[in-house]
Design a binder for this molecule. Structure first.
Ligand SMILES: Nc1ncnc2c1ncn2[C@@H]1O[C@H](COP(=O)(O)OP(=O)(O)OP(=O)(O)O)[C@@H](O)[C@H]1O
Ligand SMILES: [Mg+2]
Length: 549
């Protein structure tokens, strides 16, 4: 590896701006350098939230004396030599700026040794000036120690947050690397306390260590490919009340990207209840030619050359993964058995504790219809337990899907006699000009006393038209905010709910059974509003509950 200074013509094209904005950005840059040097173990140590000292030690390729003496100079890098290299970038670094920026605002020591050198070398740079360079005994790899960040820029030092906050921000960045590079052993030590010590492992293990409150049993790992794009990661089969749980990586780089987040939410749109969020770790790999990372000085953003392809690939892949029936499952916790004296007036075996609620896929399982309960629940027996289906919610989903289907096919019916609905002129005007209603198959105009309806969607009965239109008014006022597709979905979901309420009392057992089978075959797991459709309890749990195991 040889470090060279980039030509001015290249320098001027690189996204310029603040590289070091706090301790977390120092740590991020140093970990990226370690990964670029092919480290297999990286140890990050912070003292006082990193404000007093940050140390990052790696076992990568290291630098020789010559490279060490120039690595902190501006625009010096071993990773690219021309601007065209940027279109084929496989390293994190490319600007040759990180060590320069860090060392200009701190006291930085770098100790490094390559495998072929007999001993290592150490340099100290204070406020951008080389203080000394000397040989030193060290392991192969590089250690960078950054002390007193912003000591020479009091204005910026003031903006450093408290040690606790800086330390939390570092931890968050550190965790992203742990999720992205499963092949690397990561250690984080804060004020001499080991916070993480994560040997190389798989994604679910890392998620378990980093997010102890996310139930890993309800996560599913995946790996899919399409053309030259590859998508790996894990997703939750249910949703949680916590925000910010969609974590995206593009070619191993943690990014904040609207295209990816929107694609994830679009995939979950049928399952999302208000205020709930999915948990997704998304790792997209694609040809570096198809992305631009040179858009943000801290490289937190990427631009896709073909946004739409990426959006569709992610949304459709996740949709397919989620399109399996999910049931809520209760678990009864096992308890060590203790011989108890027989008491006749109290059960000798206490019911075991009901512990967790998780969600499981019913993949390829055969369900036997058992019966219906209260005209509301349909009971099935499967190989390993019982499944209870909420008929009303299931019916709602089927009605909703039929409506969406007819929408896609643009099936409408023209009324022989136009229908007139009295209403306020402003409401009539809103309905008549609504693109959403046109899309749904309505032909409407404003008449003398209100609204004139000439055409309606084919799934709608005449008796439903007036109520449907009156109730759409409020939702249509939000169309600019939530977009056309979301508005259509909401209006249809509400309508499906009402429609299925009305039919509930008129359904036979056979119809219930058919409907339940349809739900399972189609892989629906929630009603259009996001409520679950099924609930299950395993025979083993039942046995445990009754003390029969
Ligand atoms: N941990 C390390 N192990 C080996 N070499 C390193 C390490 N850190 C830095 N270097 C060398 O020092 C050079 C300068 O590092 P620096 O982080 O400043 O720039 P960069 O990584 O090339 O680009 P960027 O500014 O985008 O991070 C690197 O190109 C690399 O050759
Ligand atoms: Mg770098």
């Amino acid at each position: 590896m040889k470090i060279k200074r980039l030509d001015d013509s290249v320098v001027s094209k690189i996204a310029a701006g603040e590289v070091v904005v706090g301790v977390h950005s120092v740590v991020k840059e140093l970990i990226e350098n370690a990964l670029d040097a092919k480290a297999k173990k990286i140890v990050v140590e912070l003292i006082n939230g990193g404000k007093s000292e940050v140390k990052v030690k790696d076992d990568g390729e290291g630098m020789d004396e010559e490279d060490l003496k120039v690595c902190f100079l501006p625009h010096t890098t071993s990773k690219i030599s021309s601007f065209s290299d940027l279109s084929n970038l496989s390293s994190f670094g490319f600007r040759g700026e990180a060590l320069h920026s860090i060392s200009s605002v701190s006291k930085m020591r770098v100790i490094s040794k390559t495998a072929s050198a007999p001993f290592g070398h150490e340099i100290e740079v204070v406020a951008g000036k080389l203080v000394y360079s000397r040989p030193i005994h060290s392991d192969v790899g590089t250690t960078v120690i950054v002390r007193d960040l912003f000591f020479n820029v009091p204005a910026r030092r003031k903006f450093l947050k408290s040690a606790a906050v800086e330390s939390r921000m570092v931890t968050e960045i550190f965790e992203k690397f742990c999720l992205s590079r499963l092949d690397v052993h990561f250690v984080l030590v804060r004020d001499q306390q080991v916070v993480y010590d994560l040997a190389a492992s798989d994604l679910l293990e890392r998620v378990k260590a980093i997010f102890p409150d996310v139930p890993v049993q309800s996560l599913k790992s995946f790996e899919v490919e399409h053309k030259d794009m590859q998508l790996r990661g894990c997703l939750s089969l249910n949703t949680f009340a916590k925000r910010g749980m969609v974590i995206c990586f593009v070619n191993d780089r943690f990014v904040v990207n609207q295209t990816l987040t929107s694609a994830v939410y679009a995939a979950y749109s049928d399952m999302l209840e208000k205020g709930k969020h999915p948990f997704v770790v998304l790792k997209l790999s694609l040809n570096p030619r198809n992305i631009d990372v040179n858009v943000h000085p801290q490289k937190l953003e990427v631009k896709f050359v073909n946004e739409e392809d990426v959006f569709k690939f992610v949304r459709d892949s996740l949709r397919r993964l989620l399109a399996k029936p999910i049931v809520r499952q209760i678990h009864v916790q096992e308890r060590p058995r203790v011989a108890e004296p027989v008491e006749f007036y109290r059960p000798s075996v206490q019911p075991e504790k009901i512990e967790e609620v998780e969600e499981r896929l019913l993949e390829g399982e055969k369900l036997r219809f058992v019966g219906t309960v209260r005209g509301r629940y349909v009971l099935f027996e499967k190989d390993e337990g019982l499944v209870i289906l909420d008929f009303h919610a299931a019916h709602e989903r089927i009605v909703f899907e039929q409506m969406m289907n007819s929408l896609a096919k643009r099936n409408n019916k023209t009324l022989i006699v136009a229908m007139r609905i009295r209403m306020k002129e402003t409401d009539a005007a809103l309905l008549a000009s609504s693109q959403v209603l046109k899309e749904l198959g309505f032909a409407l105009s404003v008449g003398d006393e209100g609204l004139v309806v000439e055409q309606i969607p084919d799934w709608m009965e005449l008796s439903e038209v007036e109520e449907f239109l009156r109730e759409s008014v409020d939702e249509l006022k939000l169309v600019d905010l939530q977009g056309m597709r979301e508005t259509i979905k909401k209006i249809l979901a509400d309508h499906a709910c009402k429609k299925s309420m009305r039919t509930r009392d008129r359904v036979s057992e056979i119809e219930m059974k058919e409907l339940a089978e349809k739900i399972i075959n189609e892989g629906y797991s929630t009603c259009p509003h996001g409520r679950p459709l099924m609930f299950s309890i395993g025979f083993r749990d039942l046995d445990r509950f009754f003390g029969r195991d």
